[in-house]
Design a protein around this ligand. Structure first.
Ligand code: GTP
Ligand code: MG
Length: 502
């Protein structure tokens, strides 16, 4: 038996190589044996670590709740994530507040630049020979009338703006605030901001050139939106290991902060100007309803010692590019639900291909449906109504077999904006013919859309199933905290129900 083993070892060329040299001295042998023992110790240690890691992973998987946030761009996914972190990871959240200053400064600067663009165009129009028909039929970038039920009603005819006379005061403000264009570039560079989507098409099918300065605006997708691939890098947040990654968003009073502080009065004067408001109104631009609106907080934000509040961070706009994973520890226990992994994805069309790999890996999907957008178009494709896009996405999700066992939760979001829009007189049935003669009131619209989501689920899901629908305004952190508690309990309950069945 021994002889056979010896023979088979020697006949294996690999064993032969591993044999000690035939003329090994006792001292050499001792060194070799010690080296071999050390190698074995290291190897055992590695095995041990791997085993521990496997056990840890299993334990973790047992207590982890994985949630995927889905919905079109600007639907509120990242804002839900912020709410989760504010509620369940308060210490980290508070430590990061200062890091958001640069994002909020950039949001404010972009609010101002949008107005400067409009003023510049108004001056250009006033100085130009009688307006060509194209320019007078300028359609506001975000708000165009389209029907969701594909029976297109009348097109929006924006009011003319030729009666609005801007004065020397506006010229001076325009000139004084022009350094903000460089500030915008500077902040974008510091944040590592990228243009949201190189494939953006122009609104209304025109080439942008006829719209003068607004052409540039449109080249960037009708808004000055910007995105980053990861908050940790862009904001210089501490990495999971503890060290700050980079950047200097909150370090001292920098050049940007100085410029903003020195221009504070001019920004306030611009925003409070009656002619400017009238001009924006006539062009259908409602800055106050757009993401990242901070003009009402100028005095506070331009203060040299400004530190963002919870609410500022929740309202800040920073587009997500790609997929970001966030871990939140809820409590010190090993039970399911004590650790949450939340995947926040980019919602614009060119980023949706990245969603699929997460479909079979999550316990629940929170689908964000921004229901105030019934009269708006997608930034990335101006021929598509935003609510129609949302309903199509919902259809795709509920009909996916991969998601048959995933808990589906819908946030009918931006109810606050919906309410404001309806109060300002916008009629839902002009965009959604099937809404008919129902009362143009927020509760009625919410109920109508709830039913629409449920109908799609009933007709498109491969098997009968339920979903949970909540009307939300996720910038309202108090109300959202209550909803998140309900959602959390619901997901855990669903999980236990499934676990009982297997
Ligand atoms: N008024 C109001 N604003 C909201 C609400 N939900 C989100 N917002 C704002 O809308 C903007 C866009 O929200 P995000 O959470 O960044 O949108 P997103 O779905 O993550 O968008 P992408 O990252 O582009 O996919 C932010 O400035 C939010 O503060 C809401 O219910 N009401
Ligand atoms: Mg986002």
């Amino acid at each position: 038996m021994v002889a056979r083993t010896h023979h088979s070892q020697l006949s294996d060329p690999f064993s032969a190589v591993l044999q000690p040299p035939a003329n090994e001295t006792a001292a050499e042998r001792q060194v070799r044996v010690e080296a071999e023992q050390e190698q074995k110790r290291v190897s055992d240690q590695i095995d041990d670590d791997l085993r521990k890691e496997r056990i840890d992973r299993k334990k973790r998987a047992k207590r982890e709740v994985k949630v995927l946030l889905l919905g079109q761009s600007e639907s509120g996914k990242s804002t839900v994530l912020k709410n989760f972190r504010l509620k369940y990871a308060l210490t980290q959240w508070k430590a990061e507040l200062r890091s958001w200053r640069a994002v909020i400064q950039l949001n404010l600067v972009q609010n101002v630049l949008t107005i400067l663009d409009v003023i510049q165009e108004q001056f250009a129009q006033a100085e130009a020979p009688p307006a060509p028909s194209r320019r007078s039929s300028f359609t506001p970038p975000r708000y165009g009338r389209m029907s969701i039920d594909s029976t297109v009603s009348e097109l929006v005819q924006p009011q003319g703006t030729s009666h609005i006379q801007l004065s020397q005061k506006h010229r001076v403000l325009h000139l004084r605030l022009s350094p903000l264009r460089e500030v915008e570039e500077d902040l974008r560079r510091r944040l590592g901001a990228e243009d949201p989507d190189p494939e953006f098409t122009f609104a209304n099918g025109d080439d942008g050139a006829a719209n003068g300065v607004l052409g540039e605006h449109r080249r960037r997708g009708t808004t000055r939106d910007f995105g980053v691939r990861g908050w940790i890098g862009a904001l210089g947040l501490p990495t999971p290991g503890g060290a700050r990654k980079s950047l200097t968003a909150d370090e001292g009073v920098d050049g940007v902060t100085e410029i903003l502080a020195s221009l504070s009065d001019e920004i306030i004067s611009l925003w409070e100007d009656g002619d400017v408001r009238e001009l924006l109104g006539a062009r259908g631009i409602r800055l106050e309803d757009r993401p990242g609106f901070f003009l009402s907080d100028t005095a506070r934000i331009t203060n040299r010692n400004y530190v963002p509040s919870d609410n500022d961070v929740v309202r800040a706009r920073l587009r997500t590019m790609g997929v970001q994973e966030w871990r939140i520890m809820l409590e010190n226990s090993d039970s399911f639900g004590s650790e949450w992994v939340i995947y926040d994805v980019g919602g614009s069309r060119s980023m949706r291909h990245a969603w699929l790999p997460y479909f079979d890996a999550v316990n629940a999907i929170i689908f964000l449906a921004p229901i105030s957008c019934f009269d708006e178009r997608l930034d990335e494709d101006s021929s598509v109504n935003r609510l129609e896009d949302t309903l199509l996405l919902w259809r795709t999700i509920v009909s996916s077999k991969l998601l048959a066992k995933t808990t589906l939760i819908v946030f009918l979001n931006k109810c606050d904006l919906l309410k404001r829009k309806l109060q300002s007189g916008v009629q839902v049935n002009k965009y959604m013919i099937s809404f008919g003669n129902r009362e143009n009131e927020v509760g009625v619209v919410v109920k109508y859309l709830k039913d629409k989501f449920k109908d799609i689920l009933r007709t498109e899901a491969p098997e009968p199933r339920t979903t949970y629908l909540y009307p939300t305004s996720v910038t309202d952190t108090k109300a959202t905290a209550v909803t998140l508690n309900i959602v959390r309990d619901g997901i855990i309950r669903e999980h236990l129900k499934h676990a009982d069945l297997v």
